[in-house]
Write a protein that binds this ligand. Structure first.
Ligand SMILES: Cc1ncc(COP(=O)(O)O)c(C=O)c1O
Length: 296
């Protein structure tokens, strides 16, 4: 029997009627989405992926805020925060009731413009077991790739939706395949004017001269929920933390680098464009223990 849990969000926006939770359990193995849903035909929608560790959805509030922010960038109606929140909890509870505690799970939230012509958005959530990220938490070979957009693209060309977690991730997947062709595991995008941005599914953490930095989020990149927790980890240990513009040269000159994201958590970079970087294995293990122990 399929392990994954699926919930359709019957009231993805607005207020459900009294007594209606606004979501319903659905058959993961049955067809649920109309082929004319604009999420399918145009990639017109937004999503979030949330780590669920020992039954705790991590950073649920920040993920829902980001879902709402992405929806706003796409001119989609505001998602019904309470409905989505309760649906995640119900999905996790159903998964655990059928499969046991499950260790590392994820919840994926999809919110689309809906079936063409209806003007009604669609939404669904599924909960399943995460991949095994053991190896990635030990070391990653990364290449930089030109994103082909300036760092100020969000301001100059908001219709490009840089900084929205849109369903149109084909470009991000293509970048990851390019990394594989170059013998690497992952990517850091560089803006066409030379600033370090983010990975196709991650944020970058840069340690240099004792300061922990990440690229400022006004550069058409996502504000990472994991990155925020990583800053809290380092701040508790006395490191100054800073958001700022980081040039490709500064990135290359870093003392240590990590890619961080929900579900994977923190992967230390062993190689960037072929250059080797030292990995503090104890610090990274400590960081991942901290990230995995989050209960909210
Ligand atoms: C483009 C991009 N940047 C950054 C992130 C990291 O965000 P988070 O740590 O909230 O998962 C993701 C997550 O998948 C992403 O797709």
């Amino acid at each position: 029997m399929t392990r994954a849990t699926l919930l359709t969000i019957t009231v993805p926006t607005g207020e459900p009627a009294t007594g209606d939770p606004g979501f319903a359990l659905a058959d993961f193995d049955a067809a649920q989405v109309r082929i004319t849903d604009l999420g399918i035909t145009r990639g017109d929608g937004v999503f979030e992926t949330i780590a669920v560790i020992d039954g705790h959805p991590q950073a649920l509030g920040p993920h829902l805020m980001r879902l709402a922010h992405s929806a706003e960038l796409l001119d989609l109606p505001e998602p019904a925060e309470h409905v989505w929140h309760e649906a995640v909890l119900a999905g996790v509870a159903d998964y655990q009731a059928r499969n046991g505690d499950g260790g590392e799970l994820f919840a994926k939230l999809i919110y689309t413009r809906g079936v063409e012509g209806t003007g009604r958005p669609s939404g669904w959530i599924f909960v399943d077991q995460g991949e095994d990220f053991t190896q990635q938490r030990l070391g990653l070979k990364v290449v930089t790739l030109d994103r082909g957009l300036r760092h100020d693209v969000a301001e100059t060309s908001p219709w490009l939706l840089a900084g929205a977690k849109s369903l149109s991730y084909a470009v991000n997947r293509a970048a990851q395949r390019e990394a594989a062709r170059r013998g690497a595991d992952d990517v850091i995008f560089i803006s066409s004017d030379g600033f370090a941005l983010e990975g196709p599914t991650s944020n970058v953490i840069v340690l240099a001269d004792g300061v922990v930095r990440t690229p400022q989020t006004d550069q058409g990149i996502l504000a990472g929920t994991t990155q925020a927790a990583v800053f809290a980890f380092f701040a508790e240990r006395g490191y100054p933390t800073e958001y700022r513009h980081i040039t490709a040269e500064e990135l290359a000159a870093a003392d240590a680098l990590w890619l961080v994201s929900s579900v994977r958590q923190a992967g230390p970079i062993t190689h960037l464009d072929g250059r080797e970087y030292p990995v503090d294995a104890a610090l990274t293990a400590d960081l991942n223990r901290y990230l995995l122990s989050r209960t909210h």
